[in-house]
Each structure stands twice: as structure tokens, then as C-alpha cells.
Write a protein that binds this ligand. Structure first.
Ligand code: AAO
Length: 511
């Protein structure tokens, strides 16, 4: 009996690394600042049919309303309460989204802001998205939280702010950019946070991004995660645990490292996008040939602990970390190669970014418009995402996840899931190729001369449709056709001036 209990407990508490996606779905997409009604529709009309596993949503809980600057995206990282109402929608719309997405096998991952409440400057008279009263000055929040629930007494810096990332105590007990830091060792605070997360779990979400995890003690996070319910059995197997991925920026050289958080769940691997951007931009003598041992061979965290991405909502606009090497939709040609590489490569659990466009204003190396929020109507409400006839999005929604090359690589990853990294080839420079067992093969040309080469693909003989230049539609191919010979070799030609200088084939795109 005791042994059984022990086994059950281990089973319950050890599955946070599993994303809970439906079998055969291997990526999630961050629909940054989308409204719940639009996400519900996108799950049904696009994400479900195209094999996406889930959606990371913007924070669903009540936040401060910032008017100077006017309604920046980052106001949503300043919680006021755990009520479910924001510019993305109210509780009923949230529930409807979760139900509709779950029903088509696309699961919801909540961006959970539990480290802090709003900035210390949010005084009486400031508004919040559900109209709840609060007063940051007196630490009065309708959760309720009071002065007793914050770390004010514990921080040892003069300013009360994090002044030195080399000191773990500061990073975890002081304020991150002025945000009121919750005292998470308190049973009461842990209880309120767990109550919020359990409400979301009961509604049907599949997991959480833990914002600013670096600024919380791993032991406190473990205590909270142990209080979380199992997932809703309407959609998930009995005993399924919420997926947890923690935002810890660890590029090396600081007091806190990512591996301190492996006991709680997966961790964002920020080295991934920073390094990949450097390689694809060919900065500092980097070349794609060096990607042969990409992953743990590059000093990244263990594969089964990593959540990977090319860019995120912070570093696509100069917030957070990663620096100028980060690839984004602004550099579309290189970006597609970067995302294509990520989705073809077996390392990590992959997240695709989906953004909105804003007017950049770069001076002194910084985008002065890095605060600009999503496309809005004149009353400040978020605009819906209109879908054009060619399946792209309008009104400045970028919808990278709908770009044919990216969508088809999400499918590629599903098709090759579980297959080994195989048949690597490189020209010693920036032409590389690799396969995934006998299911898929990809070739990149990031050099200034053409690729014209015969390679061993590992694929069964036949004619395949390149899913980058086009795709298989019924029995025809709208892109390049690639012939795999009886000896599994195929000839590839890729011009270095091609709009998309890479080719990808997989067994589900065989003609
Ligand atoms: C806003 C205003 C502030 C104001 C505040 C309160 O901008 O001026 O004081 O309100 O009124 C977002 C925005 C913030 C915004 C905040 C609240 O980005 O601008 O503040 O909402 O509205 C650190 C954290 C990391 C965090 C990142 C932005 O560790 O957790 O900063 N990301 C998350 C979210 C983010 C959100 C929050 C957290 C807060 O994704 O959207 O903020 O909820 C080093 C450290 C990193 C640190 C960076 C930036 O990075 O390692 O841990 O990230 O600095 O401070 C090299 C190094 C690299 C270093 C980097 C930058 O690359 O290798 O390690 O340089 O120095």
C-alpha cells in the first residue's frame, strides 16, 4: 500500500516535462496579444487542421491599465488580481476558447505572472482591466494581498531593486524593474497562486509558462507546483500533470543557472535563439557547418528539459536577453531558415512566435517604440485578426505561424517525430543538410554560391514535394519536385539568391 502510494506520488509529481500535446503534435505557438475569440477561431480553422499542439496565450488575469505610454503590451505583466479579464477577453470568452481549442486537440498554455504584482508606482486612482480597486503604495490588492505578502523587508539593496545579477538573493528578493515582489515562502501567498492556477487547470488549460522564474526561489516554485491539480479529465488522461516551462534567462556568467529549476519543469533555453541567430547571420566567423553538433553539444541544457524558440515577445523588440543576433520576422528570409532549422532539428520542445507589426524607431541601438501594444481600435480595444484570401493575416498581425514555410515545417516536425538526427552533410561552410531517419530531409544554402549536390537522404525512393517552395495539394506539387533514387540519394539544386534558400521533403509529401 505504502509502495503504491509512493509510486502514485512520484507519478503525479514528475510529469511536468511532458507538454501534454496530443500524440503526433510537437510544437506550440505563442499568439502574442491575441483576443480569446480569435484564438478559439484559429484553433478550429487553422491550428487543429495543421497539426499545432497548443497555444501560449498572453496573461489572462486582470492587469494594470497603463496610459503613459498608451496601453503598452507590457502592462499585462503587471497583475492586479487573478480575475480573468483583460484586453484579450473576459472569463466567459476565456472558457469558450479553452473548450473550443481543447475540442480540436489544440491545448492552452497560460503565461502565469506569479512573481509579482504591478509596479510600485501604481498608486490609487490608477485603473485596472476589470475595474478592481488597488493601491500599490499601500500594497493593497484585491486577491487579497497586503503589505505582509511582499518582499519589501527582505531585499538588501538600497533601492529595493535588483542591482546586481551576480547576487542570487537580490535577483529573487528584490524588485525586478520596480514590480512589487511577492513573498512566495508564505503559505498564504502560495495558496493564492495555486488557487489561481488550479482555477485555470479546472477550466481545462494544459500548462503554464512561469514568467520571471529566475526571480523566484526554485523551492517556492516546487511547493506551488506540488499543490496543482491534475488536468481536467474531460480532455486529458487521469493523473496528467500540468506542463510547466519556466522563463529563466541563463546565457552564462550570472549567479543563477537554469539547472536549478529542472526539479520543477522545463526551462526556456535562451542560448538557442541567440546562438542560432549569430550562425545564420554569419557573425563572428560562425557558419552553419558548425551546427553539426547543435543542442547539448553547444552547451545547452539537456534536450528533455529545454523549451526552445528562435525569438520571443521580449527579445524580438530588444527586451529580455539575446541581443542583436536574434532573428525575427523583420528579417524574414533569415528568419524562415532559422525557424526551419529549429523545427527540423530534434533538440528541445519547440515554440513558434506569432507577432504583430509596429513602427520601429531605432536610435542609439534601441527601439524607442519597443512598448507599442497590439493593433487596436480607437477605443483601445484589441483588433480582431482578419484572415486574407491567401491565408495570411491583415491589420498588422504578422502570423508567422501561417507563413507556408513555417506551417509546413511544423508539420514536418510532427512527421519526423521520434526519428534520429541522421545523414548530416556540409560543405565546410554554410551549405548543410540532415535527415530524420527515413521520414524527412532538409537542405540549406546560406552561402554565396549555389548548392548543386547529390546527397544520401535516407528516404524511400520516389518523388517528393518540397514543402518550402510549395506543398503537396491532393496529387500535385505546387513547389519543386525532388526525386529520391533507389539508393536513397537525391540531387538538390538551391540558388543562393532564392527567396527561400532551403528545401525540405518528408514522407507525407511524397507524390
Ligand atoms: C515596465 C517598464 C519599466 C517599469 C515597470 C514597472 O518598462 O520601466 O519599471 O514596467 O512599472 C515586461 C517588460 C518590462 C515591463 C514589465 C512590466 O519587458 O519592460 O516593465 O513587463 O510591465 C529580466 C527578467 C525576465 C524578464 C526580462 C524582461 O529576468 O524575467 O527582464 N522577462 C519577463 C517577461 C517580460 C516582463 C517580465 C518578465 C516582468 O517576459 O515581458 O517584462 O513580468 C539580463 C538578465 C535577465 C534580465 C535582462 C533584462 O540579461 O540576465 O534575467 O531579464 O537582463 O533586464 C546580455 C546578458 C543577459 C542580460 C542582457 C541584458 O544579453 O547576457 O543575461 O544582456 O542586460
Amino acid at each position: 500500500m505504502k509502495l503504491l502510494l509512493l509510486l502514485v506520488t512520484i507519478g503525479l509529481c514528475s510529469a511536468q516535462y511532458n507538454p501534454n500535446t496530443q500524440s503526433g503534435r510537437t510544437s506550440i505557438v505563442h499568439l502574442f496579444e491575441w483576443k480569446w475569440v480569435d484564438i478559439a477561431a484559429e484553433c478550429e480553422r487553422y491550428l487543429g487542421p495543421n497539426g499545432f499542439g497548443g497555444v501560449q496565450i498572453s496573461p489572462p488575469n486582470e492587469n494594470i491599465v497603463v496610459t503613459n505610454p498608451y496601453r503598452p503590451w507590457w502592462e499585462r505583466y503587471q497583475p492586479i488580481s487573478y480575475k480573468l479579464c483583460t484586453r484579450s477577453g473576459n472569463e466567459q470568452q476565456f472558457r469558450d476558447m479553452v473548450t473550443r481549442c481543447n475540442n480540436v486537440g489544440v491545448y492552452i498554455y497560460v503565461d502565469a505572472i506569479i512573481n509579482h504584482m504591478c509596479g510600485s508606482g501604481g498608486g490609487a486612482g490608477t485603473h485596472s482591466t476589470c475595474g478592481s480597486y488597488f493601491n500599490a503604495g499601500s500594497r493593497d490588492f484585491p486577491v487579497p494581498y497586503s503589505g505582509l505578502d511582499f518582499n519589501d523587508g527582505k531585499c538588501r539593496t538600497g533601492s529595493g531593486e535588483i542591482e546586481n545579477y551576480g547576487d542570487a538573493n537580490q535577483v529573487r528578493n528584490c524588485r525586478l524593474v520596480g514590480l512589487l515582489d511577492l513573498a512566495m515562502e508564505k503559505d498564504y501567498v502560495r495558496g493564492k497562486i495555486a488557487e489561481y492556477m488550479n482555477n485555470l487547470i479546472n477550466i481545462g488549460v494544459a500548462g503554464f509558462r512561469l514568467d520571471a522564474a529566475k526571480h523566484m526561489w526554485p523551492g517556492d516554485l516546487k511547493a506551488i507546483s506540488d499543490r496543482l491539480n491534475n488536468l481536467n479529465t474531460k480532455w486529458f488522461p487521469a493523473g496528467a500533470r500540468p506542463f510547466i516551462f519556466q522563463e529563466v534567462i541563463d546565457l552564462g556568467g550570472e549567479a543563477i543557472s537554469a539547472n536549478e529549476y529542472f526539479g520543477v519543469g522545463r526551462v526556456t533555453e535562451f542560448k538557442y535563439g541567440a546562438k542560432l541567430g549569430g550562425v545564420i547571420r554569419k557573425w563572428n566567423g560562425e557558419k552553419m557547418a558548425y551546427l553539426r553538433n547543435w543542442g547539448e553539444g553547444w552547451g545547452f541544457m539537456p534536450n528533455d528539459r529545454a523549451l526552445v524558440f528562435v525569438d520571443n515577445h521580449d527579445n524580438q523588440r530588444g527586451h529580455g536577453a539575446g541581443g542583436a543576433s536574434i532573428l525575427t520576422f523583420w528579417d524574414a528570409r533569415l528568419y524562415k531558415m532559422g525557424v526551419g532549422f529549429m523545427l527540423a532539428h530534434p533538440y528541445g520542445f519547440t515554440r513558434v512566435m506569432s507577432s504583430y507589426r509596429w513602427s520601429r524607431n531605432i536610435s542609439n541601438g534601441k527601439d524607442q517604440n519597443d512598448w507599442i501594444g497590439p493593433p487596436t481600435n480607437s477605443d483601445g480595444s484589441i483588433k480582431s485578426v482578419p484572415i486574407n484570401a491567401d491565408a495570411t493575416c491583415g491589420d498588422n498581425w504578422v502570423c508567422e505561424h501561417r507563413w507556408r514555410q513555417i506551417k509546413n515545417m511544423v508539420i514536418f516536425r510532427n512527421v519526423v517525430n521520434g526519428q534520429p538526427f541522421s545523414n548530416w552533410w556540409d560543405n565546410g561552410s554554410n551549405q548543410v543538410a540532415f535527415g530524420r531517419g527515413n521520414k524527412g530531409f532538409i537542405v540549406f544554402n546560406n552561402d554565396d554560391r549555389n548548392v548543386d549536390v547529390t546527397l544520401n537522404t535516407g528516404l524511400p525512393p520516389g518523388t517528393y514535394c518540397d514543402v518550402i517552395s510549395g506543398q503537396k495539394e491532393d496529387t500535385i506539387c505546387s513547389g519543386k519536385e525532388i526525386t529520391v533514387n533507389n539508393d536513397r540519394t537525391a540531387h538538390f539544386q538551391i540558388s543562393n539568391t532564392a527567396e527561400d534558400p532551403f528545401v525540405a521533403i518528408h514522407v507525407n509529401a511524397k507524390l
